[in-house]
Design a binder for this molecule. Structure first.
Ligand SMILES: NC(=O)c1ccc[n+]([C@@H]2O[C@H](COP(=O)([O-])OP(=O)(O)OC[C@H]3O[C@@H](n4cnc5c(N)ncnc54)[C@H](OP(=O)(O)O)[C@@H]3O)[C@@H](O)[C@H]2O)c1
Length: 287
């Protein structure tokens, strides 16, 4: 077991919303945190910025000499296939190659993936052992990237987040506030995780990885998969607005994500359901 007072060197590639919150927590715990992204101007001072583009190998030359852990938390900036490829499979491959070329051998790699890898759409429960046969490019590229992480030669863990909600992500709240709800027929299951739990899960798994090997894949989603129209209707009631039309666009899938493995590993959700997670967000939205 590694001595806990050690100061770890940690790289967060794709240091945006989730990455920066994670980095701040790890820096506050005494670790040295590097945050890699193209634009480092907004990074908090506790995180040492590395300005680099994961799709441009020549920008990845000056990585820190020694790294204990690498978190890959990149999000594609648009829904174009080429951008997806660059952000996930291509970017990860470039980073791994740069690490290898520079003789840097992290002990642990975390790759943040998404539940887009699942194709299920008939309200099935899915977990880490469920089939993944995505019929769209985003899911297929994520699956490719997962494989690259798991076959990297570095002990690697994939964390599949469901839909992230939280501070600053007000799309659904704004929509419902305008009176637009979701069609109730047929009901479509949606799955969520609060941004703070995304950070909490990564930190929890990182801590656990210092004591014992992790599973290759964890599904990270709260306790309560819920039909989208129910979530919309609940938000409307909280906001005190009436749903006047049910025309909001929904994704096609309908599945229920199980977080049993994550909870077995000892993780306790700060926001186990959307009602608890949205309570503060609604207050801030109405302020
Ligand atoms: N949003 C969801 O509902 C959802 C669902 C499931 C999984 N996820 C995953 O959750 C994770 C957290 O997302 P988030 O909300 O924290 O995203 P975010 O705030 O958009 O951060 C993503 C970061 O990636 C960086 N980035 C993008 N392309 C890059 C490139 N070519 N080179 C270097 N850096 C690059 C961006 O910085 P620059 O633009 O400055 O480079 C940004 O800081 C991501 O892995 C995402 O795929 C999200």
């Amino acid at each position: 077991m590694k001595h806990m007072s050690n100061r770890d060197q940690i790289l967060i590639a794709g240091c945006g919303d989730v990455g920066s919150q994670l980095g701040l927590n790890l820096a506050a715990a005494g670790h040295q945190v590097f945050g890699l992204r193209r634009n480092i101007n907004q990074l908090p001072p506790a995180i040492q910025g590395i300005a680099a583009d994961l799709s441009q190998t020549d920008t990845l030359k000056g990585l820190p000499q020694q790294l204990d852990t690498v978190f890959y938390v990149v999000a594609a900036g648009s829904r174009e296939e080429s951008v997806y490829r660059q952000a996930y499979s291509g970017g990860l491959q470039n980073l791994l190659q740069a690490l290898q070329q520079q003789g840097i051998h992290p002990r642990q790699l975390f790759f943040v993936s998404s539940t887009a890898v699942y194709h299920q759409q008939n309200d099935e429960w899915v977990d880490e052992s469920s089939a993944t046969e995505p019929d769209n490019f985003s899911g297929r590229i994520m699956l490719d990237a997962e494989q690259i992480a798991l076959q990297s030669g570095i002990p690697a863990t994939v964390v599949r987040f469901s839909g992230i909600y939280g501070p600053g992500r007000n799309y659904m709240l704004s929509q419902v506030n305008r009176g637009t709800g979701y069609p109730a027929d047929p009901p479509r299951y949606s799955n969520r995780i609060h941004r703070d739990d995304c950070v909490g899960v990564l930190q929890h798994l990182w801590r656990r990885s210092q004591q014992q090997p992790l599973a290759p894949v964890y599904l990270a989603s709260d306790d309560q998969p819920a039909p989208l129209h129910e979530v919309g209707d609940w938000l409307a009631a909280q906001l005190g607005v009436e749903i006047t039309e049910r025309s909001a666009r929904r994704t096609i899938g309908s599945k229920r994500c199980s977080n049993a493995l994550l909870k077995q590993s000892g993780y306790q959700f700060r926001y186990p359901d959307y009602q608890s997670g949205y309570a503060e967000l609604i207050k801030a939205f109405l302020r």
